[in-house]
Design a protein around this ligand. Structure first.
Ligand code: BES
Ligand code: MN
Ligand code: ZN
Length: 496
């Protein structure tokens, strides 16, 4: 979908449909009330009769009699005015675009009437994001790709100043949505396609597109660095592991003395469980066990495209977890990059192993803060379901910032406790650590395990419950959610 900003009135612009967003329980005002009047009050009648109430994400379609201007009106509900948040706008925009797509409309316009507290810039950005995310469709494995694609969105600008604001906002929204969709394409792809090597190729493409430094550590490089935990996981697979590092330097010279932010994403391109093999039911889902890696590659791409004034490193340790002849076995021991030894209790607790070495590797950057993101524990799905990211960390300030960024992006994170006693479960009998601490508080004990590889401000996001959408939500169709991309970008925006 192209986004065009044009000077003029929405009522003068020829289109298949003009989108208007309306609060619950409110009557048409401004441009919409003029159209309503010219059409004999069709819109106000639909509201009076309760056909359209303005509830969040509700839509209604009206055909217009006039020969000029839009052929139809799409109303989209913003919910109650006092409950308004940026998410309400994305939701309304997404629902409107979804209806346009389903109805095979090609060219739509949207009237920019930002509610109080929302600038024209934000209006354009949120509208673009809501629509582009809602229209995402992973259909390249279908013989007939859908032709129900909205081709263009036009935002009318009342004057030159509005035009500039809308253009900037739309450009930002496009970059963010494209980055989220770039992550979704990786995460939705089947594991026989999205191997660690292909992940590396995608990282390379992102690096080329937006100008990032790229380093791919091969197995030999990792061996020299002493990454026994990461390499241990890779041993059961025919696919060579790739330890992907991307760097973006956007900070102003005065800020360069501080270390970069580092984001780390778990990149298990398929988690069979290894020798501790998973039950076959639902195992196909484990192609999305690289959702963390997809999110950090997309987030750094986005940060660079937005030219955020920060220094950022993205690390994605990528490997399959397979039960090949050389695979790790329960009872095996591995040594991580910081020298700590780990007894493998279950080869299915592989995420913390690959993250352990990535967290050690991050230390070389003397980072200002590190955020890791991982589909780490089934227990997180039980604890928080698909409504919240499990959040743990060692720094109150950083944890607060992550929570607030998550709320702003509507990718909410909920903090779990990290008291010392939780580490006891992870202490080894014959090693420093073991990789499983039993059923109790399994999300937290995984977090405590990771903390043993950290010596900087750090936050850990467990996205096992939120990385995959089962039913489809507003502006998030079924499949990969690419959760974390918008949270991280929001976090970084607040730094710049
Ligand atoms: N990738 C899984 C966690 C997961 C489960 C992600 C469900 C998404 C949905 C992880 O590698 C895993 O297998 N974790 C085990 C750890 C256990 C063996 C300590 C788990 O949570 O069951
Ligand atoms: Mn596993
Ligand atoms: Zn896993």
């Amino acid at each position: 979908m192209d986004i065009k900003i044009k000077k003029g009135a929405v009522s003068g612009e020829k289109s298949d449909a003009a989108v208007f967003m309306l609060f619950e329980g409110e009557k048409p005002a401004g441009a919409l009330s003029k159209i309503d009047g010219a059409q004999g009050g069709v819109i106000s009648r639909a509201i009076a009769s309760g056909e359209f109430t303005g509830k969040p994400g509700e839509t209604a379609l009206f055909h217009l009699a006039s020969k000029t201007g839009p052929e139809r009106i799409i109303l989209a509900g913003l919910g109650r005015r006092e409950k308004f948040s940026p998410d309400s706008l994305m939701r309304a925009a997404g629902a409107a675009a979804g209806l346009a797509g389903k109805t095979a409309l090609k060219e739509i316009s949207a009237y920019p009437a930002p509610p109080e507290g929302i600038s024209l810039h934000q209006f354009a950005s949120l509208t673009a994001q809501g629509m582009l995310l809602a229209l995402y469709n992973f259909d390249r494995f279908k013989k007939a790709e859908s032709d129900r694609k909205v081709k263009s969105l036009t935002l009318p600008a009342s004057d030159r100043a509005a035009e500039i604001e809308l253009k900037k906002g739309a450009a930002e929204g496009r970059i963010i949505a494209d980055s989220v969709n770039f992550a979704k394409d990786m995460i939705n792809a089947p594991a026989n396609e999205m191997t660690p090597s292909v992940m590396a190729a995608r990282a390379k493409a992102a690096a080329r597109d937006v100008g990032l430094k790229l380093k791919i550590l091969e197995a030999d490089d990792c061996k020299r660095l002493g990454m026994g935990a990461f390499l241990g996981v890779a041993m059961g697979s025919k696919q060579p592991p790739k330890f992907i590092v991307l760097e973006y330097n956007g900070a102003k010279p005065v800020d360069r003395r501080q270390g970069p932010y580092v984001i780390i994403g778990k990149g298990i391109t398929f988690d069979s469980g290894g020798i501790s093999i998973k039950p076959s039911e639902g195992m196909e889902k484990m192609k999305y066990d690289m959702a963390g890696a997809g999110a950090v590659i997309a987030a750094i791409r986005c940060a660079a495209a937005l030219k955020l004034p920060v220094n950022l490193v993205a690390i994605a340790p990528c490997t399959e977890n397979m039960p090949g002849g050389a695979a790790l076995k329960p009872g095996d021991m591995v040594r991580a990059m910081n020298g700590k030894t780990i007894e493998i209790i279950s080869t299915d607790a592989e995420g913390r192993l690959v993250l352990a070495d990535a967290l050690c590797y991050a230390a070389r950057y003397k980072p200002r803060a590190v955020i890791d993101i991982a589909t780490l524990t089934g227990a997180c799905v039980i604890a928080l379901g698909d409504s919240a990211i499990g959040l743990m960390g060692n720094d109150r300030g950083l944890i607060g910032e992550v929570i607030r960024a998550g709320e702003a992006a509507n990718e909410r994170a909920w903090e779990l406790p990290m008291w010392d006693e939780y580490l006891d479960a992870m202490k080894g009998d014959v090693t420093d650590l073991k990789n499983v601490g039993g059923r109790k508080a399994a999300t937290v004990t995984a977090g405590k395990f990771l903390q043993e590889f950290v010596d900087y401000p750090w936050a850990h996001l467990d996205i096992a419950g939120t990385a995959w959408e089962e039913k489809g939500r507003p502006y998030c169709p079924k499949g990969a959610t690419a959760i974390g991309v918008r949270l991280i970008v929001e976090f970084l925006k607040r730094k710049g």
